[in-house]
Every structure is written in structure tokens, then in C-alpha cells.
Design a protein around this ligand. Structure first.
Ligand SMILES: [Zn+2]
Length: 209
């Protein structure tokens, strides 16, 4: 992007912030897409899904669920706020890989919420974001049964190779962990070391690991 175009974009973003200031998706307070009080309403979670350690801001319910749904709906202020909260789980120099949404959903929403959240998290923490995964143009995940999600394995693609680099996956919500495990295995097949994922919310895994 040219400096002039970038400057024009930042002016536009500031104007939008003035007209439509960030508003907490959970409590409605002005100033952040997901305010500190709501982000700290529940304890942070660390769970295992297969061979992945998954860290999340909390359980997928209440205010955090509202924030994740707003993110899926295309709210950029919520993406920025969730990214800033997730940055606390990252260190400078970490390499994070967002789990991409389908091209169809990206077109409908006008953004990829997980990528936007990841860019914000990287900007805040000094981590780098590697947008190396692609998803083929099949159905979106939401609303699918667990069996359908399991059948959808293999829908991610990666053209890059990694010489033993450690990568951290990033997603909005983790339930069974099937998507994260698929992505981890794909990145491992390309030479990466993947042990961890960072997500906004973790839903109870009622079906077992
Ligand atoms: Zn709030």
C-alpha cells in the first residue's frame, strides 16, 4: 500500500471511530470492542485437545460468546479488542498462524475475523503473523454437526515449508479441537513444530477429545 493510500485509510478509520466509536460487544460500554471488565469476567482457560495445548481468554459463554459472535459477524472493533487481550498470551518473536475462514464467508462479512484478530494480537505483542493457511471454498463451519466437521478434514491448504520453526495456531473458538488439530498436522507435514493454539474462547468438549 502506498504511503498516500495508507494515510488516506488511517484518516478514514479515525473518521469511522469518531462516527461509530468502538463499543463493547458484551456490555455496550464505549471505548473498546470488548472491554477489560468483560474480558476479565471469567478465568482464562488452558485445555488440551489431543496433542495441542489450547489457551483461551475464557469459556465460550456470556459476554465472551457475544464478542466471538460479533467477531464472526464482521465487527472490526471487536477483532482489535480480542486481539489486544490475546496479545497477553504471546511474546515478541512468537510466530502465529491464523485459521482462515472460507472465501465465501470472508466475502459476506467483508473481513476474516480471525486474521484481523491475529493482526491486532501481533501488533500488540511483537509476535509475527504468518497467513500461510488457506481454506477451500466449501461450506462454513458454523451450524455443522460434529460429524460433518470431522468429514470436512483436509479442507486446509498450505504452500509454504518450515524448517523446524515453532508456530502457534490462532482461532476464535475451540470446541472439539478438530480444526486446530487438522491445521497443526498440516503445518507439521510442512516441517513446522506446533504444540500450542491461542483462541478467544474454549467451548466445553462434550464429545471427549
Ligand atoms: Zn464490556
Amino acid at each position: 500500500m502506498s504511503p498516500r493510500l495508507r494515510e488516506g485509510c488511517s484518516v478514514w478509520v479515525r473518521l469511522l471511530d469518531t462516527l461509530f466509536p468502538p463499543q463493547c460487544a458484551a456490555c455496550g460500554s464505549i471505548g473498546s470492542g470488548f472491554c477489560d471488565a468483560c474480558a476479565q469476567a471469567g478465568p482464562a482457560l488452558v485445555e488440551c485437545r489431543r496433542d495441542l495445548v489450547v489457551r483461551g481468554l475464557g469459556e465460550y459463554r456470556g459476554g465472551l460468546r457475544a464478542a466471538v459472535l460479533a467477531l464472526k459477524g464482521g465487527r472490526r472493533d471487536v477483532a482489535a479488542a480480542l486481539g489486544a487481550h490475546l496479545a497477553r498470551a504471546l511474546r515478541a518473536g512468537d510466530a502465529i498462524v491464523p485459521v482462515p475462514t472460507t472465501p465465501a464467508r470472508r466475502r459476506i462479512r467483508g473481513m476474516d475475523g480471525v486474521v484481523a484478530m491475529g493482526r491486532a494480537a501481533a501488533g500488540e505483542s511483537g509476535a509475527c503473523i504468518l497467513e500461510v493457511l488457506r481454506q477451500s471454498a466449501r461450506d462454513a463451519q458454523r451450524g455443522r454437526s460434529r460429524d460433518a466437521r470431522l468429514r470436512a478434514r483436509g479442507r486446509f491448504l498450505c504452500d509454504d515449508r518450515f524448517a523446524g520453526e515453532t508456530l502457534i495456531l490462532l482461532d476464535d473458538v475451540c470446541t472439539t479441537g478438530a480444526t486446530l488439530v487438522d491445521c497443526a498436522n498440516l503445518l507439521r507435514s510442512r516441517g513446522a513444530v506446533v504444540r500450542e493454539a491461542v483462541v478467544a474462547a474454549i467451548a466445553p468438549n462434550e464429545h471427549g477429545p
